[in-house]
Write a protein that binds this ligand. Structure first.
Ligand code: C2G
Length: 131
């Protein structure tokens, strides 16, 4: 069984996220999503989320491509996660290209997938504020 992992906030879930999750899952047989906790988002990522961790987790668990959701609590946990969850492939959108290549040292493939253009949580919020 080929195990894939990806990380993110996934707030205001949209089709760009779904495109990423679908392609990540297609790289293996089992997809783990490490979901940024509320604390990690506010303290370290300086992101203000609309939905709480529990709400974002509920949404992700309803997606057919997602097999397991775990908490992402800090920037440093990835190395250990690769072994804890027996990961074969680490996937992120290409806005992160190169940032996680060090994980190859843990024996995993590192894949950056093209982002879905024109959609983002920031764009959604801006559009809603405009109307
Ligand atoms: N994404 C995408 N296309 C978009 C928007 C997002 O492919 N239009 C991808 C991002 O590249 C990322 C994933 O969807 O791989 C989740 O996006 P975010 O929730 O914005 O995640 P981010 O804040 O980048 O957190 O430790 C890694 C971080 O937790 C990543």
């Amino acid at each position: 069984m080929k195990r894939v992992i990806t990380y993110g906030t996934f707030d205001l879930l949209h089709y760009g996220h779904i495109n990423l999750l679908r392609r990540a899952r297609a790289l293996g047989d089992y997809l783990i999503v490490a979901l940024s906790t509320d604390r990690f988002n506010s303290v370290d990522k300086h992101k203000k989320c609309y939905f709480s961790y529990d709400e974002r987790k509920l949404l992700l668990e309803a997606i057919r491509y997602v097999d397991l959701v775990i908490p992402e609590e800090n920037w440093e946990q990835k190395r250990e996660d690769m072994h804890l969850y027996h990961v074969d492939t680490f996937v992120m959108g290409d806005d992160w290209t190169g940032k996680f290549d060090f994980l190859k040292q843990e024996g995993v493939d590192v894949v950056y997938l093209p982002r879905t253009p024109e959609i983002s949580t920031t764009q959604i919020k801006q559009d809603l504020n405009r109307n």
